[in-house]
Design a protein around this ligand. Structure first.
Ligand code: CDP
Length: 225
């Protein structure tokens, strides 16, 4: 069994890289951000204030989130409804960062994340995987890129589905979440001391994947000797 943690801010390329890596290694990819997005979706649908810690704590007590893994990655279900596509809006991005501040929400999600990692070889991406969820992961990477570049990437991605979105809006969303995710008290976005940091600003996707598989391959070869 192997556990690989990939952390970093929005738009650093985590999910693209993690997906490719999981395919190469033939193991599953768990997108933990989707879980916080799903909690946010439930709050919004239920009319719960996404900054109301008590109400969110109550809400997650019996929340029913299920993840199914297939060839193309994961599908996420809220109360038996596939919400994989619904959670990708700008509103849910911002709301997910707000609900992710709440310790009761995090504890509930982390429980599920650790269970999956204990039963499967997995590439897991998020904000606190290397520091909090899987402190003993076999490999830890921290991906970064400049805010401008991350906003550019996310803008081109979102524009395909939502032609009305502006660069400004995307930039502001990412800037807000960077600040919110890094400054929260409980399990903030932070590089683990033993994580390898990769600045992807000027790198292609292939270059990042090769860099990571290089690190993993060398280490596994070293252990074999
Ligand atoms: O895909 P993107 O990087 O835009 O965000 P995401 O990974 O889907 O995560 C959405 C939000 O969930 C983040 O802004 C964080 O506030 C929160 N999150 C977290 O707190 N911890 C994680 N392990 C993953 C996501």
């Amino acid at each position: 069994m192997i556990n690989i943690a990939i952390d970093g801010p929005a738009g650093a390329g985590k999910s693209t890289i993690a997906k490719l890596l999981s395919k190469k290694l033939g193991i599953i990819y768990l997108d933990t951000g989707a879980m916080y997005r799903t909690v946010a979706l439930k709050a919004v649908k239920s009319g719960i204030d996404t900054k109301d810690a008590d109400a969110l704590g109550e809400m997650v007590k019996d929340i029913n989130i299920e993840i199914k893994f297939d060839q193309d990655g994961q599908r996420i279900f809220l109360d038996n409804e596939d919400v994989t596509d619904q959670i990708r809006t700008k509103e849910i991005s911002i709301a997910s960062s707000d609900v992710a501040v709440v310790p009761a929400v995090r504890l509930k999600m982390v429980e599920l994340q650790r269970r999956i990692a204990s039963q499967n070889s997995v590439v897991m991406d998020g904000r606190d995987i290397g520091t909090y969820v899987l402190p003993n992961a076999d490999f830890k990477f921290f991906l970064t890129a400049s805010l401008e570049e991350r906003a550019n990437r996310r803008f081109s991605e979102m524009r395909e589905k939502n032609p009305d979105i502006t660069f400004e809006e995307v930039y502001k969303d990412i800037e807000y979440r960077d600040k919110n995710d890094s400054s929260r008290q409980f399990a903030p976005l932070k590089k683990a001391e033993d994580a390898i940091e990769i600045d992807t600003t000027k790198m292609t996707i292939d270059e990042v994947v090769n860099r990571i598989t290089g690190v993993i391959g060398n280490e596994l070869l070293r252990q074999d000797r």
